[in-house]
Design a binder for this molecule. Structure first.
Ligand code: NI
Length: 172
């Protein structure tokens, strides 16, 4: 498994709409494994392919938080939200492409998702809690949307300037 480089905001590749996956190739399975390794190493609870510069509809996540609980790595090809609850939930979100910045985002508290798994089969599951927040955040990445896009423009600009500064520092 290879740890991939995670792109930092602002980057034009994080604003692009990712392409649907037609065939589940071995190459894509390797990519999913690399993404899971990259996510665990970060550490994070979710990662979308555009965040490592691959503009295809693939996300990985593992939102198991309880100490000592078994990990549940999930790879979703072409994930789609098929239903959302009216009930909302607020979560202090972060993103591996926007390190050390957190902000409250309001999203549906429960979502049903359909995706193709590593086994090539269709899966359907309803998520709540952190899993619901995370899966919506990651699917947003496939549509070129970041969690800061939900914030007021002034706050978003402030974060983007901070990130530009951080990227300049890292480039030195
Ligand atoms: Ni993110």
């Amino acid at each position: 498994m290879t740890i991939r480089n995670i792109l930092l905001h602002p980057d034009p590749r994080l604003k692009k709409i990712a392409t649907p996956i037609v065939d589940l190739s071995d190459e894509l399975r390797v990519l999913a494994d690399d993404m899971l390794a990259t996510m665990y190493e970060a550490p994070g609870i979710g990662l979308a392919a555009p965040q490592i510069g691959v503009l295809e509809r693939l996300i990985v996540l593992d939102c198991v938080k309880e100490e000592g609980a078994d990990p549940r790595p999930v790879a979703m090809f072409n994930p789609e939200i098929t239903a959302s609850s009216d009930e909302l939930s607020v979560y202090d979100e972060g993103c591996l492409s926007i390190p050390e910045i957190y902000a409250e985002v309001t999203r549906p508290a429960e979502v049903s998702v359909r995706w193709m798994g590593l086994d090539g089969a269709e899966h359907n599951e309803t998520f709540d809690g952190l899993w619901a927040t995370c899966v919506q955040h990651e699917i947003d990445h496939l549509n070129g949307k970041l969690f800061i896009d939900y914030l007021k423009p002034l706050k978003r600009q402030m974060i983007t300037r901070k990130m530009q500064k951080l990227k300049r520092e890292l480039a030195r």
